[in-house]
Structure formats: structure tokens, C-alpha cells
Ligand binder design. Structure first.
Ligand SMILES: Cc1cc2nc3c(=O)[nH]c(=O)nc-3n(C[C@H](O)[C@H](O)[C@H](O)COP(=O)(O)OP(=O)(O)OC[C@H]3O[C@@H](n4cnc5c(N)ncnc54)[C@H](O)[C@@H]3O)c2cc1C
Length: 308
């Protein structure tokens, strides 16, 4: 375990207290967690520090007394792909995800989501762990639509949880120390006929999300939608799985589900308004994205039957 002092003398106008943060560099998740517990509330985990740096520089947050850098935790920087799962260390950068053909093949949703975050310079440092820990990161809809799990360290110990359950817990009881060690994405041999990740911002690229929607699902032998998973977020909205939207489509043909999905999205997706877009606009965008993807699937289905 090494530590070093990092100057955090900052301009007063940035709203931070001048001082110095001590940086700890553990080599294992166990040590990182040990330091989290030992140093207590004055400590913060740091991965790529892209979000942390932005928060310090904008005055949204003060630099903490202790930073526990996850830079040297080699076990959290690996990507392992098997026939059944994709295991991604929380310290893997978004660029690494976008450069991996194995990730692209195993999880096209996550691959697309990682490419949508910030600019390449941000993705080179930003990690998937930091993105998920933020609760509103753009990779989360893709992970929820893939039924991903997380291995996390909390006061209750080290556990494997569905990402959806972990997010719900964080939303209901915010705060409290947590270390995300890895993310596990199931890999299915069965191709998903419904599979999309759509991020809408205020410009084409390098843009914060106004609405992000992801979904996956299959068509059964009758051409009806099954195994559906929808998730959405955008802006400061905590990303959630949308079970009501799934229920509105389950068992229906894509073209029959368009209207019910649209209404379920408007009724149950609960985005946050901000200076850029009101909640009502975000609801409509999310509903239109989902409806348009169902229509596209319906058209593809018609083409398949013509070819058959
Ligand atoms: C210019 C710019 C553009 C951006 N664009 C986007 C965008 O389009 N989409 C998007 O989603 N985000 C965007 N971000 C936000 C941010 O860069 C990403 O969300 C990034 O993935 C955060 O990862 P990080 O490793 O840098 O996290 P850090 O900044 O290191 O940490 C972020 C938070 O997560 C906590 N944390 C970090 N690692 C862990 C862990 N393993 N376990 C538990 N907690 C942890 C930290 O304590 C901190 O609270 C942008 C940021 C900037 C500055």
C-alpha cells in the first residue's frame, strides 16, 4: 500500500477548500475496501477521475481528504469472455470496451453504449465502474437491458447482485460506502431480435444524454415478443428498468405493441426536468424511440417472411 500527497490548493472561486488530499494506492479490491472502511467518510474512491475532476473544478463537490485510487488494482482491469458471460473489471476503461472485438461480439449493447460516452479523451480514462457508480451513467441502460450483475463491497460484505437490485438499493438508501469490483453481463447464444441502444442528446456526438433507452428481447415461434428488458435514463434521471413497458409488449407482435409501449413509456418512465429539457419532453422522446424500434423490427420481420 502506497500513499502520496496531492495538492488540492484550488482557486477560491471554484468553491473548494484549499488543502491537500492524501492518495492511497491499494493493489487489491480487499485492500481498497479496507482503506474505505478505515478512512471513513473523508475518503473517496477514484478510478479515471473524469467525473470527480469535473465536480471539483465546477465546484459541485469538494476534493475529499483522502483519495483511494483504484489505478493499481490489476484484478479490476481485466475483461474475461466465456460462452456464458462477459466479466468486466470495474477499472476497465470505456475505450478498452470499444476496442475489444470480444466485447462487441458478446455485448453489442454495451459496446454501443461505451462508444456514446463523451469524447475519446474522456473514454481513455473513464471507467465502467465510475460510470455505473454515478447511477446516471450512459452504460447503465445497456447493462440493465442485458440483465447484468455487479460484484460489490458494502458494509454487509462482498456480494453478487443483479445491477437492477443494487441500483434500487442505492436509490432508496443513498450514501454509504460501496466499491464496485466487477460487472458481469450474461452472454446468450440466442440472438436478440429486438436489440437497441439509443442516446439522444442536444447534438450528434460528444453530448450529455437527454434521453437514453436500451432494450433487448426475442420473438417466439409465433412472432410475438418475449424475454423483454427495457431500461431508460437521461440527464440527471437515475436509470431504471421499465417493467411496465415490458409488460405492455410481452406476448404481442411488434406492430401490435407499438401503441401500448408508447403509452406505458409515457405513463411510467419518470425522468427529471432540468434547464435543457422538461420531463414531459423526455417521456415523449423515450416513447418515440421505443415505438420506432418496434416498427423497425416489424418491418424486418416482414422482410424475413418475404425471403423465406
Ligand atoms: C467532458 C465530459 C463528458 C462526459 N460525458 C459523459 C457521457 O456522455 N456519458 C456519461 O455517462 N458520462 C459522461 N461523463 C462523466 C464521466 O466521465 C463518466 O461517467 C465516467 O465513466 C466516470 O468514470 P471515472 O472512472 O472517470 O469515474 P471517477 O471520476 O473516478 O468516479 C466517479 C464516481 O464514482 C465513484 N467510483 C469510481 N470508481 C468506483 C468503483 N469501482 N466503485 C464504486 N465507486 C466508484 C467515485 O468515488 C466517484 O464518486 C463525462 C465527463 C466529462 C468531464
Amino acid at each position: 500500500m502506497e500513499h502520496e500527497a496531492v495538492s488540492k490548493a484550488v482557486p477560491q472561486e471554484a468553491g473548494r477548500t484549499p488543502g491537500e488530499a492524501k492518495v492511497y494506492r491499494p493493489n487489491t479490491p480487499e485492500d481498497a475496501w479496507k482503506w474505505m472502511r478505515t478512512l471513513g467518510e473523508g475518503a473517496k474512491l477514484s478510478s479515471g477521475a473524469t467525473l470527480l475532476r469535473y465536480q471539483w473544478e465546477s465546484g459541485a463537490a469538494e476534493m475529499p481528504s483522502y483519495l483511494i485510487s483504484l489505478d493499481s488494482v490489476a484484478a479490476m482491469k481485466t475483461i474475461i469472455v466465456t460462452d456464458t458471460e462477459l466479466v468486466i473489471g470495474a477499472g476497465v476503461t470505456l475505450s478498452e470496451l470499444t476496442l475489444s472485438s470480444a466485447v462487441k461480439a458478446a455485448s453489442p449493447l454495451l459496446y454501443t453504449a461505451a462508444r456514446s460516452v463523451g469524447a475519446p479523451s474522456i473514454r481513455n480514462m473513464a471507467t465502467i465502474g465510475g460510470n455505473v457508480a454515478w447511477l446516471i451513467g450512459d452504460t447503465i441502460p445497456a447493462l440493465l437491458a442485458s440483465e447484468a450483475s455487479v460484484v460489490v463491497w458494502t458494509e454487509s460484505g462482498r456480494s453478487l447482485l443483479l445491477l437492477e437490485a443494487w441500483l434500487k438499493g442505492r436509490s432508496q438508501a443513498p450514501g454509504g460506502a460501496v466499491l464496485i469490483e466487477k460487472i458481469i453481463v450474461p452472454v446468450s447464444k440466442q440472438k436478440s431480435e429486438l436489440l437497441f441502444y439509443q442516446k439522444v442528446g442536444r447534438r450528434e456526438t460528444f453530448t450529455p444524454s437527454v434521453v437514453t433507452v436500451a432494450a433487448s428481447g426475442n420473438l417466439d415461434e409465433h412472432g410475438c415478443l418475449v424475454n423483454l428488458r427495457f431500461a431508460a435514463g437521461g440527464g440527471a434521471t437515475e436509470v431504471t428498468r421499465l417493467h411496465e413497458v415490458e409488460r405492455a409488449a410481452e406476448g404481442r407482435r411488434p406492430e401490435e405493441a407499438v401503441t401500448s409501449v408508447y403509452h406505458a413509456m409515457v405513463d411510467t418512465f419518470d425522468p427529471v426536468s432540468d434547464a435543457f429539457a422538461p420531463a414531459s419532453y423526455r417521456k415523449k422522446v423515450a416513447a418515440n424511440l421505443a415505438a420506432s424500434e418496434l416498427l423497425k423490427l416489424s418491418r424486418r420481420k416482414a422482410e424475413w417472411s418475404e425471403l423465406a
